[in-house]
Each structure stands twice: as structure tokens, then as C-alpha cells.
Design a protein around this ligand. Structure first.
Ligand SMILES: Nc1ncnc2c1ncn2[C@@H]1O[C@H](COP(=O)(O)OP(=O)(O)OP(=O)(O)O)[C@@H](O)[C@H]1O
Length: 590
């Protein structure tokens, strides 16, 4: 575990309050030690009291008051230090939460598409912001226990120095057993993470609404539940086996420490008889010893908790330290042109991280402004991948993507993306109002109601939005109170409206009408040119009816452009494109 990183995190979240917490803890232990010492003194005086001696009465009164005051001060400091620890933990939790979310927002897309990075993010998110604060609370508790142990140790030395090594001899084996098994359990936990994740996956499938329909339709409920239970049982069995071994060893070492107590009591009783220790010493021993045992147990439990939480906290650090792969401009980014004249792909090849073969090979294409360009091809041809490069969600492995002749890597990635509006195949459904769903297309400017309504008219969303009593103020989806669920096609019209609302000069429609009815789809494409307002469209579609409207079509196969031209040219070519749609047309009833 990286303690220095955790401390740095705590300091960053709440500058000086850590020192205050430490100060209170030290004060708590000092007062605790003082109250024990005063108690011993009191018992010693009572044991040697001279009857009816006024001086003895006064001394007793002073020590009673002093011990009482020390007790009250101790309790007060303890309450305040508990509050300070709680406040500290809350501050750290908020800070870490913010850091995790900042990181998640800025991570390259590639992190989300690679299982190992996604696992890191997921583990960090799952670990919750409470983990680091839990570590801090545990560390503070450990510090507190160490200070108390030092206080009790000092008390024992005060009684007789021999007591300390004697007790250590009997108590330390229990501590070692606990620590050894904490480490063992921790190693086991790390080794079992994949299985834990698998069980969490089954649990998510069983409990989330998205999977609920299919699980019922195929009657998968019991099957999935049994898989989940089987994994949980395996995990439980292994964990209990480790704990049983620990319990066996621990019952032996605890018996030894109990023997130790009596050896010490015998030792101190003999010393009292021989006059080397006082009655106060025995009282002090009987108060201090159980304390020392509890403290040691707390220390062992604290260390074991630290081990447990460190797995999660390490994931948080791993996430916070991830480096983006998209190369940002080396020096001052180039200013983005006012007018996006042309997007060009020049000899572009691309291989996904961790993939063995390239998805795109030597692609050359041009997207001049004001045109409708289509990209066609069978499933898996590489169309959506090409779109990801155009949005600069990835950089090409070789070759360049150029905007007005400049490599887009020379622009600031966030700035460049403002040039592009996109409806992805798996577009988002935001459980916000209809207006907000559209406004998300251009949040850089204040909401423009007229433009939002215009965009909804263009996409066909206006019809259903206007049918709701609250119209554009209707919350979409059933996630929140008063939400209005709409069909997939209607969600897709909202995503299209978002894209039309954007200020971008290049609009990408990746299968953006796949859920639209035939009338809505032809309504959109028949007048797409007017709807674009001189902007450029890049259309991906499997439907001939949508592709026909394009000025130029690129046909992809196996990651390369195999044919290109207008629809008429490609049909006349009688190649793969023509074959695809001719066969389809034949199979379609007239
Ligand atoms: N994140 C990824 N990591 C590795 N390989 C990927 C990833 N995403 C896609 N691929 C691979 O890239 C190839 C092209 O995928 P892409 O999504 O670009 O195809 P597509 O032409 O859009 O297909 P469709 O018509 O089905 O949408 C596929 O073979 C797929 O396995």
C-alpha cells in the first residue's frame, strides 16, 4: 500500500485538519495515561492511609478531583477527536469522488473499450470514495492505538519493567497470527477478483431493468441466479477455510496469552508481598492489562482492514495516474478554422489497442464541405471505427486525418470535436427534459428555444414532444418521477434533434435512422440537404434508400475502400455495392 500517496491525498483534500486530528489523538492518549497514573496514586494513598489524618483526607480529595477532571477531559477530547476524524473522512471522500469523476470524464475512449482499463475504472468506482477515508480513519485509529499502547506500556514499566517483555512474549503470537492471516486473506482476495467480478456481473444482469425483459422471455432467471449462487458458494467456502485455520491457531495463541496474564498477576502479587510493588500497582495492572490486550487486538484488526482496503485504494490511484494516449498538440495548438472546408483521410490505417489485426487499412477519402457523403459496407467492415477517427476518439496508427489540410492532431482535441456533431449507433438516452436532451448538442451557448424547436422539427421529434402536456419540459424516460417513456425510434429522433441543434459543421449520422419507421426515414433523407443548412453530412447506413441521397459513396470491405462513386456509378459498376442492393431488392416484395 502506498501510504505516502494516501497522506498526500488527505493533505490535498483538507490542508491542515490532519495535523489537528493527530494533535487531538496525541492529547487523548496523554490524558488517558495521566488518568491511569492518578488512579494508581489514589489507590496507593488509600492503601497507606493514616486513619483520621487530615492530610490524608486532603490528598485523597485532591487525587479524586484530579482523576475525575482527567476522566472528564479525556471523554471530551475523545468526542471531539471522533468528530474531527469523521469530518476528515467526509472531506477526503468528497475530494476523491471529485477526482475519480474528473478522471472518468477526461479519459480517452480507448480506456472504456479495453477490459483491463475498464476494470480499473470500475473497481475504482465500485470501491467508492469512502475507501480512502476508511483507510485514513483506520490509520488514525492505528495511531491512536499505538499511542495508547505506548501509554499502557509506560504504565507497565512504571509498575515493573519485567512485565513488558513477559506480556509481549505471550501476546505477540496472537498478533502475528492475525497479521499473517490478514495477508493471506488479502492475497486470496486479489486472486479471486475475476471470480468476484463475474458474480457481480450475474448480479447486475439479474437486477437491472435493461436485462429484465429478455431474462423473463427466455426464462433465464433461475439459470443466472444458480450461476451466481454457485460462484458465491465457492468464494464463501474458500474464505471460511482460511478463517477456520486462523481460528484454530488463534485459539491456541489466545490461551497462551491468558496464561501470560496469570503469570504476570502471580509475578506482581509476589512482588507486592515482598514490598517491591504497591496495591496501587496491582490495581493499575488490572486496569491497564485488559486495555493493552484490547489495544493489540484493535491494532491487528486495523492492519487487516488496511490490507483489505488497499486493493481498492490502489485501483483509485491506478485510475488517477492513467495517462491519456491521444497525443495532444506538442506546443501551442493550432487555431481552429472558422470554416471547415474539408475533412480528408490520407493513407489511414488503424489497429485497436490489444487487437491483433488492423481494422482499417490504407484509407483515403475526402469529405468536402456542404456535401452528403455516405459510407457503406457489411457488418464489421470498419464504418463506425472510421467515424471514431473522424471524431478524434482515436488517433490513426499511420496516416493522417486532415481538416482544411492540417493534421487534426495539431488542434486541441476538445476544440476540434466542436466541429463534429454525431448520432452514434448506440446513442445516449438522457433522463432529462426533451428540451435538455436537445440542448446537450451545444452547451457552449445559452439555450436557444427557437433553434431547439427547429431541430426537433427537422428530426421529426417535434410531433411526439408537442403531444405531451408539458411539451419540451417533459422529462424523458421512466427513471424519475413524472418521466414519460418514449419508443426507441422516438429516442433516436431526440438524438437526431441534438445533432441538428449542434453548431458543428460536419454532422455524422451512424445508422441514425435504424429505429425510424419508413415514412420518418424518407421524410428525413428526402429533405436532408435543406435540413443541413450548408453543413456537411456523413451518413452510414445499410439501407439503399438512405444511401441514394449521398453525393458520393465509399464502400468498405474488410477495412479497405473497395468501391467509390455516386449511387448510379456504383450500381452501374455491378460490383459488391450493386450486388448487395440488387439481391436485397430482389428479395423485397414489390
Ligand atoms: N473496441 C474495439 N476493440 C477491438 N476491436 C474492435 C473494437 N471495436 C470494433 N472492433 C472490431 O473492428 C471491426 C470493425 O468494427 P466496426 O464497428 O467499425 O464495424 P461496422 O462496419 O461499423 O459494423 P456494423 O455495420 O455492424 O456497425 C470489427 O471486426 C470489430 O470486431
Amino acid at each position: 500500500m502506498n501510504l505516502s500517496k494516501i497522506i498526500a491525498l488527505v493533505k490535498a483534500s483538507s490542508k491542515n485538519s490532519l495535523y489537528l486530528v493527530v494533535l487531538f489523538i496525541l492529547a487523548e492518549s496523554a490524558v488517558f495515561f495521566t488518568s491511569l497514573y492518578l488512579l494508581k496514586k489514589l489507590v496507593d494513598i488509600v492503601a497507606h492511609v493514616q486513619q483520621h489524618s487530615e492530610q490524608s483526607y486532603r490528598q485523597i480529595l485532591i487525587y479524586v478531583i484530579a482523576a475525575g477532571v482527567a476522566g472528564v477531559v479525556y471523554l471530551m477530547i475523545r468526542s471531539y477527536s471522533a468528530y474531527l476524524v469523521e469530518a476528515q473522512a467526509a472531506r477526503v471522500a468528497e475530494y476523491v469522488n471529485e477526482q475519480i469523476h474528473t478522471r472518468a470524464v477526461n479519459l480517452d475512449l480507448s480506456f472504456y473499450e479495453s477490459p483491463s482499463y475498464y476494470d480499473t475504472l470500475k473497481r475504482a468506482m465500485d470501491s467508492g470514495a469512502e475507501r480512502p477515508s476508511l483507510i485514513i480513519t483506520t490509520l488514525i485509529e492505528l495511531l491512536k492505538n499505538a499511542a495508547s499502547l505506548a501509554a499502557v506500556g509506560a504504565v507497565l514499566i512504571l509498575i515493573n519493567w519485567m512485565l513488558l517483555p513477559l506480556l509481549a512474549l505471550f501476546i505477540l503470537p496472537t498478533l502475528f497470527v492475525r497479521l499473517h492471516y490478514s495477508k493471506k486473506l488479502n492475497d486470496w482476495r486479489i486472486a479471486q477478483t475475476p471470480l468476484e467480478r463475474k458474480s457481480a456481473y450475474y448480479s447486475t444482469l439479474i437486477t437491472t431493468d435493461t436485462a429484465a425483459k429478455e431474462i423473463r422471455a427466455y426464462d433465464l432467471g433461475n439459470y443466472l441466479k444458480n450461476q451466481f449462487v454457485a460462484i458465491r458458494k465457492t468464494l464463501m467456502k474458500e474464505k471460511l477455510a482460511i478463517n477456520l485455520k486462523r481460528t484454530r491457531l488463534e485459539s491456541f495463541t489466545t490461551a497462551m496469552s491468558n496464561i501470560g496474564v496469570f503469570v504476570c498477576i502471580g509475578f506482581i502479587a509476589l512482588k507486592t508481598v515482598s514490598g517491591e510493588t504497591s496495591a496501587g500497582d496491582i490495581t493499575l495492572f488490572l486496569v491497564a492489562f485488559p486495555q493493552s490486550f484490547t489495544i493489540l487486538q484493535n491494532i491487528a484488526a486495523g492492519i487487516s482492514l488496511l490490507f483489505q482496503n488497499s486493493i481498492y485504494v490502489n485501483s483509485i490511484f491506478e485510475l488517477l495516474e492513467l495517462k491519456d494516449r491521444l497525443s495532444e498538440p506538442r506546443e501551442q495548438p493550432a487555431p481552429l478554422p472558422q470554416q471547415g472546408k474539408e475533412l480528408v483521410l490520407e493513407n489511414v490505417s488503424f489497429t485497436y489497442p490489444h487487437a491483433a489485426v488492423p481494422t482499417l487499412k490504407n484509407i483515403n477519402l475526402s469529405i468536402p464541405s456542404g456535401r452528403i457523403i455516405a459510407i457503406a459496407g457489411l457488418n464489421g467492415a470498419g464504418k463506425s471505427t472510421l467515424i471514431k477517427l473522424l471524431c478524434r476518439l482515436y488517433d490513426p496508427g499511420s496516416g493522417k486525418v486532415l481538416l482544411n489540410g492540417t493534421d487534426i492532431r495539431n488542434y486541441d482535441a476538445h476544440e476540434f470535436r466542436k466541429m463534429i456533431g454525431v448520432v452514434f449507433q448506440d446513442f445516449n438516452r438522457y433522463s432529462f427534459t426533451a428540451a435538455e436532451n436537445i440542448y446537450l448538442g451545444n452547451i457552449q451557448a445559452p439555450f436557444d428555444e427557437r433553434r431547439a424547436k427547429e431541430a426537433a422539427e427537422k428530426s421529426g421529434a417535434a410531433t411526439f414532444i408537442n403531444s405531451f402536456p408539458k411539451q419540451y419540459d417533459t422529462v424523458m424516460g421512466r427513471l424519475f418521477e413524472d418521466g414519460q417513456e418514449v419508443s426507441i425510434g422516438q429516442w433516436q429522433k431526440l438524438a437526431l434533434a441534438r445533432c441538428f441543434y449542434s453548431d458543428a459543421q460536419f454532422l455524422i449520422l451512424d445508422e441514425a435512422t435504424s429505429a425510424l419507421d419508413a415514412a420518418s426515414e424518407s421524410g428525413l433523407f428526402d429533405t436532408l440537404r435543406e435540413k443541413l443548412d450548408n453543413r456537411t453530412a456523413i451518413v452510414i447506413s445499410h439501407r439503399h434508400s438512405s444511401l441514394k441521397h449521398a453525393d458520393y459513396i465509399y464502400f468498405l470491405d474488410g477495412g479497405t475502400i473497395v468501391e467509390q462513386g455516386t449511387d448510379q456509378e456504383l450500381m452501374a459498376l455491378q460490383g459488391a455495392y450493386a450486388k448487395l442492393f440488387t439481391e436485397k431488392d430482389l428479395s423485397t416484395p414489390q
